[in-house]
Design a protein around this ligand. Structure first.
Ligand SMILES: *Cc1c(COP(=O)(O)O)cnc(C)c1O
Length: 227
């Protein structure tokens, strides 16, 4: 099926999930996750109506998006950023939605020069407790750290991002999303603009919607299965 057809079907599914959980579909933004996809596939997604793009590797993202205009194809990093690669987050990136440590936040702030638009950031929280996932884990220190990050220049703290474990257990998955929402409530006064809660992927987004997600990151359901 074409990307356009996939996207049409997905929008119907999202509408149904939103209705089921008493959410308004207009409160949920879809980010197209284009990792491993070609520039042509990304163009097709943009033409079908997708307006935000997420990638999880800096080099791959920079290369592909350098030929796409930043207004129609705004780019966000959603994967772990190594501190020695912070300098590669240039003006082409609209945001980093996977800021997982104070160190990275400080480096991003120092690197983002005056005159450029501020970098939109989400703090990634590890609510599943899995070691393979990055993110803030200690709630007690988190509120203080978030406060410090919110005060850094050239960054705009917009909210939180989390990933649930890849399991079928609705309770386990929803608890992760609910925890992320609870963390966000504790830092809501630090958020500039509307709060973004980036939670949910192709396989688990209905449960994220149920728990208050405002942004879902969708790859497979738009582009098809990755190799
Ligand atoms: C790959 C990826 C997604 C999208 O996953 P799909 O299952 O293909 O929808 C979402 N978020 C992150 C952080 C990812 O790396």
């Amino acid at each position: 099926m074409s990307i356009r057809e996939n996207w049409e079907i997905f929008q119907d599914d999202l509408e149904a999930a939103s209705k089921k959980y008493g959410r308004s579909v207009s409160d949920i933004t879809v980010m197209a996750v284009s990792k491993t996809r070609s520039v042509d596939e990304i163009l097709a997604a943009g033409e079908a109506g997708l307006a935000l793009f997420g990638e999880n590797r800096v080099e791959e993202a920079s290369e592909k998006f350098s030929v796409l205009d930043s207004e129609s194809y705004p780019l966000y990093l959603i994967g772990h950023l190594q501190s020695n690669k912070v300098s590669r987050i240039g003006a082409r990136f609209a945001g980093v939605h996977s800021v997982d440590s104070m160190k990275i936040a400080k480096r991003l702030s120092a690197h983002r020069k005056e005159g450029k638009l501020p970098l939109e950031i989400l703090l990634q929280v590890n609510t599943s407790g899995e070691e393979s996932k990055s993110g803030f884990t200690d709630f007690n220190s988190f509120v203080e750290e978030a406060q410090e990050i919110a005060e850094l220049p050239y960054l705009q703290l917009r909210g939180l991002m989390t990933m649930a474990p890849f399991v079928d257990d609705e309770r386990v998955v929803r608890d992760c999303f609910a925890e992320c929402r609870e963390w966000s409530e504790r830092i809501s006064r630090l958020i500039e603009g509307g709060l973004i809660l980036s939670m949910g992927m192709s396989s688990d987004y209905p449960w994220a919607v149920a728990e208050g997600s405002t942004m879902i990151r969708i790859g497979t359901s738009i582009f098809g299965a990755r190799e």
